[in-house]
Design a protein around this ligand. Structure first.
Ligand SMILES: *Cc1c(COP(=O)(O)O)cnc(C)c1O
Length: 464
C-alpha cells in the first residue's frame, strides 16, 4: 500500500504540534513536555504510530469507528460524491440525492415512529438542535413556558454551550459560564459508585423516580424534555440497573414531557441492536445520532424525531440550521457505512457472537484483585478499579491517579484502553475478531498486574 505522504520525523511533528496545535480536553503544558503520540494510519482494529508501532484500538477511535478502519468503499463513496456534487445547501427549498436517501434510510433503521431527521455535523450540535427543537415544539403547541430540560449528573452530550449544559460534567460546567438557564440535572443510576446498601434493582428504581420528583419540583407545565444516554458512555460506561429504564419510560408516558435518547454512542450497533433504545425498551420522541452513523469517516450527526414532532415543527418556520446540515459527502459516506453494517450483518454478529464472547472474558477480569466490578453492554465495557472490592472502596489518591497508571501500562502493552477517573473502559470496533478480543483481554490483564505491582510499590493501594 502507498501512503499519502512521507511525514516529518516524529520529534519534528511533536515539536510543531506543541507549538501550534491546541488539543481538546488536554492540559497543553503537560502534553507538550512529553509530546503527542502521532497516529499515521490504521486498518481494521489496529492503529499504527509514526514510529511504526501497532496498537489494538479498543476504543474505536472515540467510540465511533464501528466498521473498523481502512474500508475503501467509504473512500470511494466520498470521492465519487465530491466529483459529482461536493456541496450544496439544504436551506432554500433545495435538497440533493444523498441527503434524501440517508433520511429515508434512517427512517427505516430507527425504531418506532422516528421518521424525520434534522442533520448536524456531530453530536454536540445535534443536541443544541434538540434544545431549540423541543422548546419550539411546545411553543408551537401554545405552551411556550414548557422549556426546562432535565438531564443527568455525569451525562455527556457534547461540548458546545448547549450540549455541555445538558451534560452533567462538573469539570466542564466549571469553565465558560455553564450551564445555560433552564437545564437541571438529576442523579445518575451508577450503582457501583453510589448504590450504598441498596441492591441494584432498588437503587435503579429510586434513581428513575428522581425524574418524577424533579418534574413535580419544577412543575410539569415548565418541562420540555428529559434527555439521557441509554448507557452513559463518557461517564464510564454506566449500564443502568434493569429496573431503571422501564420506570423512566412509565414516568415519561404518564407526564406531558418529551423523551430524548442520546444515541450518539449507543446507536448503530454498539449495544448489540441498531439502537440502545431497542436494547432497553425505550420509546423516545427524539434521538441524537452521530459517531457510528459514518463510523467516523466523515463528520455528520442528526436529530431524528417522531411523526408527531415533525408535524408540529413543520407547521411554522424553524429558524435553525448549519451550513453543513446534510452535507452531501458526509451523507454519501454515511449511506455506504450503513450499507456495510447491514449487508455484512455486523450488528447481528455483535449480538450473537462477539459481544457474548467478550462478555464472558470481560466478566472473568472481575476475579483480578484490583477489579471491583466488570460491567458490559454489547461492545462497551468498564472495569472499576478498587483497593478493596468487598466494600466498593475508592482509592485515597486523587481520582484518576490509578486510572492514568493503568492506561499508561495498556499503551506499553500496545492496547488503547481509556480511563475515566479510576475506571478503565473499552468500546472496540464492531468488526473486532474473537482472536483480537483475546488479545485485548490478555493485554488488559497484564496491565492490571503491572498496575497492582506499581500501586503496592508506591503505597497507593489504600482506600479513601
Ligand atoms: C461524543 C458524544 C456527543 C458529542 O458528539 P460530538 O460529535 O463530539 O459533538 C454527544 N453525546 C454523546 C452521548 C457522546 O458520546
Amino acid at each position: 500500500m502507498t501512503h499519502l505522504f512521507n511525514h516529518l520525523p516524529t520529534a519534528d511533528l511533536q515539536a510543531l504540534d506543541a507549538a501550534h496545535h491546541l488539543h481538546p480536553f488536554t492540559n497543553g503544558d503537560a502534553l507538550n513536555k512529553k509530546g503527542a503520540r502521532i497516529i499515521t494510519r490504521a486498518s481494521g482494529s489496529t492503529l499504527t504510530d509514526s514510529d511504526g508501532n501497532d496498537f489494538l484500538d479498543a476504543m474505536a477511535g472515540l467510540w465511533c469507528v464501528n466498521i473498523g478502519y481502512g474500508r475503501d468503499e467509504l473512500a470511494e463513496a466520498a470521492s465519487n460524491q465530491m466529483k459529482e456534487l461536493p456541496f450544496y445547501n439544504t436551506f432554500f427549498q433545495t435538497s440533493h440525492p444523498p441527503v434524501v436517501e440517508l433520511s429515508e434510510k434512517l427512517a427505516q433503521l430507527t425504531p418506532g415512529n422516528l421518521n424525520h431527521t434534522f442533520f448536524s455535523c456531530g453530536g454536540s450540535d445535534a443536541n443544541d438542535t434538540n434544545i431549540r427543537l423541543v422548546r419550539q415544539y411546545w411553543a408551537a403547541k401554545g405552551k411556550p413556558e414548557k422549556k426546562t430540560i432535565i438531564a443527568r449528573v455525569n451525562g455527556y452530550h457534547g461540548s458546545t454551550m448547549g450540549a455541555a449544559s445538558l451534560g452533567g460534567m462538573a469539570a466542564m460546567h466549571a469553565q465558560g459560564g455553564l450551564p445555560i438557564p433552564d437545564i437541571t440535572h438529576i442523579a445518575q443510576p451508577f450503582w457501583w459508585g453510589e448504590g450504598g446498601d441498596q441492591n441494584p434493582e432498588e437503587f435503579g428504581l429510586e434513581r428513575a423516580r428522581a425524574l418524577e420528583v424533579e418534574i413535580d419540583r419544577l412543575g410539569e407545565g415548565n418541562i420540555a424534555a428529559f434527555i439521557a444516554e441509554p448507557v452513559q458512555g463518557a461517564g464510564a460506561v454506566i449500564v443502568p440497573p434493569s429496573t431503571y429504564w422501564p420506570e423512566i419510560q412509565r414516568i415519561c408516558d404518564e407526564r406531558e414531557i418529551l423523551l430524548i435518547a442520546d444515541e450518539v454512542i449507543c446507536g448503530f450497533g454498539r449495544t448489540g441492536n441498531w439502537f440502545g433504545s431497542e436494547t432497553f425498551g425505550i420509546r423516545p420522541d427524539v434521538i441524537t445520532i452521530a459517531k457510528g452513523l459514518s463510523s467516523g469517516y466523515a463528520p455528520i450527526g442528526g436529530s431524528v424525531v417522531s411523526d408527531e414532532i415533525a408535524a408540529v415543527l413543520n407547521s411554522d418556520d424553524f429558524n435553525h440550521g448549519y451550513t453543513y446540515s446534510g452535507h452531501p459527502v458526509s451523507c454519501a459516506v454515511a449511506l455506504e457505512n450503513l450499507r456495510i453494517l447491514e449487508e455484512e450483518g455486523i450488528v447481528e454478529r455483535v449480538k450473537t457472537e462477539t459481544a457474548p464472547y467478550l462478555a464472558e472474558k470481560w466478566r472473568g477480569l472481575a476475579d483480578h484483585p484490583l477489579v471491583g466490578e466488570a460491567r458490559i453492554c454489547g461492545m462497551m465495557a468498564a472495569l472499576e478499579l478498587s483497593p478493596d472490592k468487598s466494600s466498593r472502596a475508592k482509592f485515597a489518591s486523587d481520582p484518576g491517579t490509578v486510572g492514568t497508571i493503568c492506561r499508561d501500562f495498556c499503551f506499553e502493552n500496545k492496547l488503547v484502553m481509556r480511563h475515566v477517573r479510576d475506571s478503565m473502559i473499552i468500546s472496540p470496533p464492531l468488526v473486532i475478531t474473537k482472536s483480537e478480543l483475546d488479545q485485548v483481554i490478555d493485554r488488559a490483564a497484564k496491565a492490571l498486574d503491572q498496575t497492582m505491582a506499581k500501586l503496592k510499590a508506591d503505597g497507593l493501594m489504600t482506600a479513601a
